[in-house]
Design a protein around this ligand. Structure first.
Ligand code: WTA
Length: 801
């Protein structure tokens, strides 16, 4: 059998923004050596007069045609060479690369390496059960892929079809992706943490007739019933004809006429499968991600450009060399797993780790034990996981030999200085460059990262810094004007197309144009804000649209509102991202929901909270559940009826000075009510480490006619009345008696912190003013709304800040 047993990995991350002061400028100096462009990058041998990384970058943007032509010819294997390097026009949203060329992505990722080194290890499956890793050579992975490709073909999957893959990170999931690529079908990998409804929505939108899944997932020692989730999903997916079920565990699951056991079916197939000759611009995959509306968008990536960009960035950002072991711990359900667990490393003939577990299972040494056992050279993880591990202490890291490590990567959200320093000093022993990589599902691969750079070039903690080859970032002001000076902030756009960028949104090209190309005509708009330092380095400041980054996972506020509004008790709701600033840990983003109940509804706050949470986790996923719920009598709206989220954001941010122009408000009293409601939530609950430490906690804060706040049982299990001695007492008592299984010392810390914070809160008469002044010490972009904005002045689709 292909899957002896067990599977799954979730990419753990959290979100927050932070400012890295110039005084934190740390210079990593490694032995000065002279730069030889051709030795560094063989493809650049023919570029005249190019010496040094900066010159190579200049060349890649000023001579894009020649740069990408050379790289594409040399790095990919073509069935037929391309006729034109590119046909792109950002003002029209037209992106086409390497037209006329034919290739097969699975051949590029497998066959060509099987010819040269069949026994090289392609995958190391780091199973949830520690110490039970399984290795697959390129020959074995090709065989598995071919059997799967033949199976799909025999079951009627054709070029142009789309196969949905709902699996944890495991070899069969990788083989399924490559099998689709082999026969010319697109794949649609859905993160195995998504609910049945979220899965169904993605299957329907992709019009998949085939789903591949596993009987059960295994992660952190826990079982998840993935097949059951698929069963529930396909009930509302009339297009689904067949479901292939791999056996991750021994447990037999109910099978219907539509279901096939994957391994049994694969054994019937031949190990040779004719690869389809694909056009460069044929679809390789769809990957759904959250945007500003309630509907997730299926971003479309195509064959040649995506693969080339994933391979090139993998090679040069991480300094990957033949024989290295690359450890990206992202789940394959996200773009990071696609580009840096699967396609980039395999296109480069690398050895890639499939991490199925969690950073703390069975203990907080899991990553570093894995680094020692598998001799990992490049480790690519997420800031949340790093922050989580910091709390457990250095001993969990130092216990293991990390001498194999050469580069440490970070992705998904800003990495705060403390986490960066710890990663660098403790994990990397100060000898591994830390690369904070900025990119998105839309960009296909890393666009801004400290590497590649010249060997002695500085690396600033917490800054993505340098654009990759062929990438030309620019900053825009609110009027859509280019900001040319340094030491400035603005909306991050790209002035040039690059091969890895998404081509469209499946079934909705108009939305693609409106979201990415219309806000700043002639440019690709990323949706993020950025700061450009005096030295010209980029630092990402966060999203400008209504997308929240919760633990590194993207979620649109509108998606959550859609679910909340389906509750029979709810009249309307507004969800915003609340940046929770934690001392020493930067900013976490949390989900804050304002809920207006229908007239005459009589419901206990705790029941409502439970109901709303279970609806969100059933319809989207657990990570999207609101951390805070504020009941309101009404929401502030414009005269045309649009909710003024900008105002809600400012209120929650305690930035009352920054409420801005309220002249378009229909009824200013609504804002006052919201402020009063929010004020009644004691400031300390948001500011103390007690709440921050409970990453998985959902502190439900209610205000309403009864002026009662109920905090969820796992943090403060009893109702709390703010800033009164009794509330402090009850809160602390609750902490002490909590039976949630967390170490008692943390509760004690929480109590001390709560007391101190209350004292501070009582003494601080105007904390908001102070905070906004602090913020002004460094230019940052404050969130606005991109499209359909309530107060953006009609049709303007640019963010305001
Ligand atoms: C955020 C993940 C700051 C950003 C690869 C982006 C980051 C969104 C960083 C994309 C970083 C990603 N620093 N923010 N190094 N990397 N982001 O599509 O807001 O899941 O727009 O892709 O994550 O998330 P996505």
């Amino acid at each position: 059998m292909w899957l002896p047993c067990r599977c799954a990995t979730k990419y753990v991350v959290a979100s927050f923004r932070r400012g890295v002061s110039a005084s934190f400028l740390h210079v990593l100096r490694r032995g000065r050596s002279s730069w030889n462009s051709a030795a560094f990058m063989p493809e650049s041998a023919g570029f005249e007069g190019v010496s040094g990384r900066d010159a190579l970058h200049d060349y890649s943007v000023s001579h894009g045609e020649s740069f990408w032509d050379a790289v594409a010819r040399q790095r990919l294997s073509w069935i037929r060479p391309f006729d034109a390097v590119q046909d792109c026009d950002l003002s029209q949203g037209r992106i086409k690369w390497f037209e006329g060329g034919k290739l097969n992505v699975s051949v590029n990722c497998l066959d060509r390496h099987v010819h040269t080194c069949p026994e090289r290890v392609a995958l190391i499956w780091e199973r949830d059960e520690q110490g039970s890793e399984v290795r697959y050579t390129y020959r074995e992975l090709l065989e598995m892929t071919c059997r799967l490709g033949n199976l799909l073909r025999r079951h009627g999957v054709k070029k142009g079809d789309c196969v949905t893959i709902y699996m944890p990170t495991c070899p069969l999931a990788v083989a399924s992706m490559l099998a689709c690529a082999r026969i010319g079908a697109a794949h649609n990998v859905v993160f195995a943490g998504f609910s049945s409804e979220a899965l169904a929505e993605r299957i329907r939108d992709a019009q998949s007739s085939t789903v591949i899944t596993v009987n059960q997932g295994v992660r952190g020692g826990k079982i998840t019933e993935l097949k059951r989730t698929v069963d529930a999903a396909v009930q509302s997916c009339p297009t689904v004809r067949q479901v292939f079920v791999a056996m991750r565990t021994e447990k037999r699951v109910e099978m219907t006429d539509r279901d096939f056991t994957l391994e049994e079916e694969m054994l019937k197939e031949d190990v040779v499968c004719e690869p389809a000759a694909m056009d460069s611009e044929d679809v390789l995959f769809l990957l759904y991600t959250s945007g500003s509306t309630g509907k997730p968008k299926g971003l479309v990536h195509t064959q040649a450009g995506y693969l080339l960009y994933a391979a090139l960035t993998h090679r040069y950002v991480f300094g990957y060399h033949d024989g290295d072991v690359f450890g990206c711990v992202a789940d394959i359900g996200w773009i990071t797993g696609h580009s840096y667990t699967v396609y980039g490393p395999l296109a480069n003939g690398g050895t890639t780790v499939l991490f199925e577990s969690t950073p703390v299972y069975p203990d907080p040494g899991r990553y570093w034990d894995m680094v020692e056992r598998l001799r990992i050279n490049q480790f690519y993880g997420a800031p949340t996981a790093i922050r989580l591990l910091i709390k457990y202490g250095d001993q969990w890291v130092k216990k293991y030999d990390r001498s194999s490590l050469t580069t440490l990567g970070s992705v998904g959200e800003p990495i705060n200085t403390e986490a960066w320093e710890w990663y660098n000093r403790v994990v990397g022993e100060g000898r591994c460059p830390v690369v904070d990589t900025w990119w998105q599902t839309e960009t296909g691969g890393i666009c801004i990262a400290p590497k590649p750079s010249e060997p002695d070039a500085e690396i600033v903690p917490g800054m993505a810094m340098r654009p990759f080859f062929g990438i030309k970032p620019v900053l825009m002001d609110t009027e859509g004007k280019l900001l040319t000076s340094n030491n400035t902030s603005g909306a991050l756009c790209m002035a040039l197309p690059w091969p890895g960028m998404a081509r469209t949104i499946h079934n909705n090209h108009q939305r693609f144009l409106e979201t990415y190309f219309q806000p700043y005509p002639g440019y690709f708009f990323t949706g993020d804000g950025a700061y450009r330092s005096q030295e010209g380095y980029y630092q990402i400041t966060g999203r400008l649209d209504d997308v929240i980054n919760v633990s590194g996972h993207r979620i649109g506020t509108a998606e959550i509102e859609d679910v909340l509004n389906q509750c029979s008790a709810v009249a309307e709701s507004a969800v915003i991202g609340y940046s929770h600033n934690i001392k020493g840990q930067g900013k976490y983003q949390r989900v804050y929901a304002f809920v207006v109940l229908k007239k005459g509804v009589d419901i206990q706050e705790a029941d409502l909270s439970k109901q709303l949470n279970s609806m969100v986790s059933e319809k989207i996923a657990k990570y999207a559940c609101p951390d805070f719920i504020q009941l309101a009598k009404r929401l502030p709206k414009t005269r045309s009826g649009k909710i003024m989220r900008r105002v809600l954001r400012k209120v929650v941010d305690c930035d009352l000075d920054g409420l801005g122009d309220l002249s378009t408000l229909d009824d200013p009293a609504a804002v006052q009510e919201i402020i009063e409601g929010h004020e009644k939530l004691s400031t300390y609950l948001f500011k103390t480490a007690t709440v921050s430490q409970t990453d998985q906690s959902h502190a439900q804060l209610f205000t309403g006619p009864r002026r009662l706040r109920t905090l969820s049982r796992d943090v403060f299990p009893v109702p709390v009345f703010p800033t009164t001695s009794s509330s402090i007492f009850i809160c602390c008592l609750a902490c002490l008696t909590s039976s949630d299984g967390r170490p008692k010392s943390r509760h004690k810390n929480g109590i001390v912190t709560a007391f101190m914070a209350i004292l501070v809160a009582r003494r601080t008469a105007t904390p908001m003013t102070k905070r906004s002044t602090e913020r002004n010490t460094r230019p940052v972009v404050i969130g606005g709304r991109v499209s359909g904005s309530e107060d953006s002045g009609g049709s303007c689709s640019r963010p305001s800040w």
